[in-house]
Design a protein around this ligand. Structure first.
Ligand code: 5GP
Length: 114
C-alpha cells in the first residue's frame, strides 16, 4: 500500500470533500483551511516535490492551473481574486510530499507573504 496520503484520497481510501475531478487531476477542500476557500489541487500520479518535476510533467502542471481557474470561477472568487501557492520542501512549509496547489480565496492576502 502506498504511504502517499494524497494518493489515498485519489483511491478513496481516505475521505475528502472533493470539489473537482478529471482524468489527471483531483481537487478537495483542505482539512485545516487558511481562508474561506482553501482547495488542494493535485495530480493523480505521484510527484513528491517540484524538484522531482520532469519535462514530460509540464502539461500536467499546466492542468493543475487550469483546474484552479475553473474552481475559482465555480466557487465565485475569480473576480475578486485568489492566491495559488505550491510549497517545495521544508523551508517553504511543505508537509505532504505529493505536489499540490493551494487555491486560497474569500479574503484578502498580503504581499510579500510572511
Ligand atoms: P503543504 O504544507 O504540504 O503545502 O500542505 C499540505 C496541506 O494538506 C495542509 O494545508 C494540510 O492542512 C492539508 N492536509 C493534510 N492532511 C490532509 C488530509 O488528510 N485531508 C485534507 N483534505 N487535507 C489535508
Amino acid at each position: 500500500m502506498s504511504d502517499d496520503l494524497f494518493l489515498k484520497i485519489v483511491s478513496r481510501e481516505i475521505p475528502a470533500d472533493i470539489v473537482y475531478e478529471n482524468d489527471d487531476v483531483l481537487a478537495f477542500r483542505d482539512l485545516n483551511p487558511q481562508a474561506p476557500l482553501h482547495v488542494l489541487i493535485i495530480p493523480k500520479t505521484r510527484i513528491p516535490t517540484i524538484n522531482d518535476m520532469q519535462p514530460h510533467d509540464a502539461e500536467l502542471f499546466g492542468k493543475l492551473f487550469l483546474a484552479a481557474r475553473e474552481i475559482a470561477a465555480e466557487q465565485g472568487v475569480a473576480e475578486d481574486g485568489y492566491r495559488v501557492v505550491m510549497n517545495c520542501n521544508s523551508a517553504a512549509g511543505q508537509t505532504v510530499f505529493h505536489v499540490h496547489l493551494h487555491l486560497l480565496g474569500g479574503r484578502g492576502f498580503s504581499w510579500p507573504p510572511g
